[in-house]
Every structure is written in structure tokens, then in C-alpha cells.
Write a new protein. Structure first.
Length: 319
């Protein structure tokens, strides 16, 4: 199992994955704050009070971390990574964001979709997309696309440069697009669909044993996802054919985290499992002191585990 390094109690709950940041860790805390912790010691580098609870994990772009906040004061705001100082803020009703090194997009439950300048928050373009804003978007810089989930059953791809619609396709109830080179979408009707990024054409469709837990992840040839009944699956990206399946203690409540040769999967009861990406063989990797609602995060040889009662625990992964 991984070696325990440190544990920090950050508040009420951690419901999103921690984010690796220049050797340190960012954690969004349900009690309306975001904290940067030193990677070596877990000591607080800075802490910023948010106007309301965070709706997702911080997304990093350039020199800022961007967060969207909940109903009490729904905004999207950017914090300086070095100091935690607020750089800009703009109103956004129940927003969700996605970012790459230099691109930031955000959507709201009112159907607003915008590309924002990471340094200033100013709009590059803005459109209205009815039904967007209920699931986080995904940026695909290699395809110059931003992919949005649209209620009740569609995904829409927009051109990152202009905001023009590239394609739209119906895939299943409440779709959740995944990250990685393969464009895989998990829907709440227990369906996984792989789409061609350039056209939206359906390349494969797979019936899951239950609803997916979180978004799928992928590498160049395989899609990985967790299912709420405790199953973790690896599927061929081109055909959707199963490569392997492993059953862990149910229920699973979050998606897997992809590392070099290993998947890391949070179990809701407090165990983090390691799973071989090649064979599907699983093992206990780390034990938290509380339930886990979110995915773990990996950076270099470290594994960061968020706890449902507010602790962040860092482990050193075994070779």
C-alpha cells in the first residue's frame, strides 16, 4: 500500500478532487473556501474565502485558478495561484467551467455559454445554448472544440475560436462527457457512447450494468469508467468491446483517476483501490479515515485523497 505522508482537516467536507498546483495541492472546501497546501508538509500556503460553496474543483489556466460558486452568490471568479488573491469576478448563475493552459470556457444553468479571457474574465464570445450548464464541459484543444452536455439527452460541440456550433448529437439521459484523447460520454440511462470528435458520429455504444459514477477517462486506445454497482470497466475505444471488468465494494460515487500504468478508484467506504490498466487486477492502495465522495488525484509519486468529512490525505505511491 501507499505510504502515509500527511493529513489536514480543512472543514466540513471535500466533495471534489484535489488539484495539483506547482508542487502543491488546491482543495475546494464545501464550507466556501479554497486552500493551497504545501506539497511537502500540508501546511497552508494561502486560504481564500469564497462567496458561496464551490460547485466543482478548481480549474487552472495560466497563472490563475478558476472557481464557480453555488446559489448563495453564484459567480465565476479567478484567484492568483501564487497569492490566492482574487483577480476577477463575474456573475454566472450556477456555473461550471473547463480550462486548458490558455483557454477558459464556462456555462450556466440559464443556458449561457461563454469563452472568457483567463487573465481578465472578459468575454471572447458568448452564445445561448438552452439546456446547457448541468454538467461540466470538456475542452479538447487538439480538436479546437469545447463539448457541452445539454439537457435532456444531447452533447453539443462548439468551435473554441468562434463559438460556432460544430455538431450536436443525442446520446442518452443527462450525458457527461469525459476527458482524454477519446471522446467518451456516459449517460444516466446506463449508456456509454464514443463519438468522433470531428463530426459527432457515434463510433460505439455500450450498455452499462448500472449508472456511471462520474465521467469516463481515456488513453489513446481505451476508455475507463466506474459504475455505481461497484464495477470498473475498460473498453476498447474504437469498438466499445470490453477489455476487462473488476468488481469493487459498492457503491462507487466518483470516476477513476488515470496514472501511468494504474487507475486509482475511490470506494465510498474509505478505501482507494489501485487497478492495473493492462489487466484489471486490483489491490488496496490507501485507506482514508472517512468516507470518500470524490476521485483521488495523482501527481508524480503522490496520491491525494479527499475525505467526505473534510480531510485531505497525501500518500506516497508504491513503485
Amino acid at each position: 500500500m501507499s505510504e502515509f505522508l500527511w493529513r489536514r482537516d480543512l472543514g466540513r467536507a471535500l466533495e471534489t478532487a484535489p488539484v495539483f498546483c506547482q508542487g502543491d495541492w488546491l482543495a475546494a472546501v464545501t464550507e466556501a473556501s479554497v486552500v493551497r497546501l504545501a506539497g511537502e508538509t500540508g501546511e497552508t500556503v494561502w486560504k481564500h474565502k469564497l462567496p458561496a460553496s464551490p460547485r466543482q474543483a478548481p480549474v487552472m489556466t495560466g497563472s490563475v485558478a478558476v472557481l464557480c460558486t453555488d446559489l448563495d452568490e453564484p459567480v465565476v471568479l479567478a484567484l492568483d495561484l501564487a497569492t490566492g488573491r482574487e483577480v476577477w469576478r463575474r456573475e454566472l448563475y450556477l456555473g461550471l467551467a473547463a480550462a486548458s493552459d490558455s483557454v477558459l470556457v464556462a456555462t450556466s444553468r440559464q443556458g449561457t455559454v461563454a469563452r472568457l479571457h483567463p487573465g481578465t474574465g472578459e468575454e471572447v464570445w458568448r452564445i445561448e445554448l438552452e439546456g446547457a450548464g448541468w454538467r461540466a464541459p470538456v475542452i479538447r484543444t487538439s480538436d479546437t472544440l469545447a463539448v457541452f452536455s445539454v439537457r435532456p439527452d444531447s452533447v453539443v460541440a462548439l468551435d473554441l475560436r468562434t463559438g460556432d456550433r460544430r455538431w450536436s448529437v443525442r446520446v442518452g439521459a443527462w450525458p457527461r462527457p469525459g476527458s482524454g484523447p477519446i471522446l467518451a460520454v456516459a449517460a444516466d440511462d446506463s449508456t456509454l457512447v464514443v463519438l468522433a470528435p470531428e463530426s459527432g458520429e457515434v463510433r460505439s455504444r455500450y450498455r452499462l450494468p448500472a449508472m456511471a459514477a462520474g465521467a469516463p477517462v481515456s488513453d489513446d486506445g481505451t476508455v475507463y469508467l466506474a459504475v455505481r454497482d461497484g464495477t470498473v470497466l475498460a473498453l476498447e475505444g474504437s469498438s466499445g468491446a470490453p477489455r476487462w471488468a473488476v468488481v469493487l465494494d459498492p457503491p462507487l460515487l466518483s470516476g477513476p483517476c488515470l496514472a501511468e500504468t494504474t487507475l486509482y478508484q475511490s470506494g465510498s467506504a474509505g478505501m482507494v483501490y489501485g487497478i492495473s490498466r493492462e489487466s484489471g487486477q486490483s489491490w488496496p492502495e490507501a485507506v482514508a479515515t472517512e468516507r470518500i465522495l470524490a476521485s483521488p488525484a495523482v501527481a508524480a509519486d503522490h496520491l491525494a485523497v479527499p475525505g467526505a468529512e473534510g480531510t485531505l490525505t497525501l500518500f506516497r505511491r508504491k513503485p
